[in-house]
Ligand binder design. Structure first.
Ligand SMILES: [Zn+2]
Length: 280
């Protein structure tokens, strides 16, 4: 997809299966199962949708999916690993891992930064050898200060090798990474969670991250059980949704298994999303 002077591509890392109850938080199954059908182990299949932004000067990858560093037991639990990964998808566009200049992680949950690194024999190495990886310092502090409840989501193998190779750049707060590509602080899922705003030619594309993971999660109280501060998510959603609807941003859904993009509007007091076909 073309956006002003940018070329945007949806890059999939495949899919992951997570417990439907956890994915939909306080929403009862009788409501959510109509939107995403659970399998016989109560898991719903979620996409691992990443975004490639090519400016005239650099290639930027937003999130890297779950990656492939899983034991057979983890592969069974999460249903990961059976599909082409981000590197294979980039290759279909004629790109080598070394062509990626910047990687932005919306946050450090394993399903967003697992593809930062890969297994190389007994070691773990950066997946993108020439890239600078951008992570919000606040999110890094949550990840490295993980506790009994959050530990399962954070794996240091996804960022520690980048520190060793001097490729990790911790940034403070909202900022423009390159002209037209900005980090927007969208706290709640994690305190340091950032969405990515891409603006060119008068149009805005907004990669939500886990602020709103699928089109099924658009209603304000449909917040994932994984969110560390769900009431903060609610406030962030109100602020972002209002602007997204008013300015007709093209919203990208990082975990929707079917819908990559959509435009939000407010109808009879509720926010709804109209899917927009995405053509790479
Ligand atoms: Zn996620």
């Amino acid at each position: 997809m073309r956006l002003g002077r940018f070329q945007l591509n949806h890059i999939s890392d495949g899919s992951i299966r997570l417990d439907g109850g956890a994915v939909f938080g306080i929403v009862p199954r009788v409501l959510w199962e109509r939107k995403l059908r659970p399998d016989d182990r109560n898991r719903v299949r979620l996409g691992l949708n990443c975004l490639l932004i090519r400016t005239p000067h650099e290639a930027i990858l937003v999130d890297t999916g779950a990656g492939r560093k899983y034991s057979p037991k983890e592969q069974d639990i999460y249903g990961v690993g059976g599909e082409p990964d981000v590197v294979a998808r980039l290759a279909r566009l004629g790109m080598e891992p070394g062509d990626v200049d910047l990687v932005i992680n919306t946050h450090l949950h394993f399903d967003h930064c697992g593809g930062n690194t890969r297994r190389e024999g007994a070691a773990v190495a950066p997946n993108f050898p020439n890239a600078t990886y951008i992570v919000a310092r606040e999110d890094y502090l949550t990840a490295t200060g993980r506790n009994e409840r959050t530990a399962v989501s954070y794996r240091s193998e996804n960022w520690a090798p980048l520190q060793e190779s001097n490729q990790l750049r911790l940034v403070e707060g909202e900022q423009e990474i390159v002209p037209g590509v900005s980090l927007v602080h969208t706290p709640g899922h994690t305190p340091g969670h950032h969405s990515v705003k891409v603006r060119s030619g008068g149009e805005t594309v907004f990669f939500l991250g886990d602020l709103c993971a699928t089109t099924a999660h658009v209603p304000l109280p449909w917040i994932m059980g994984y969110d560390l501060f769900p009431l903060t998510t609610l406030e962030t959603r109100k602020r972002i949704y209002a602007r997204a609807a008013a300015e007709k941003w093209l919203l990208l859904f990082d975990h929707d298994p079917d819908v990559v993009a959509g435009v939000m509007s407010r109808q009879e007091g509720r926010y709804v999303v109209e899917p927009v076909p995405w053509e790479d």
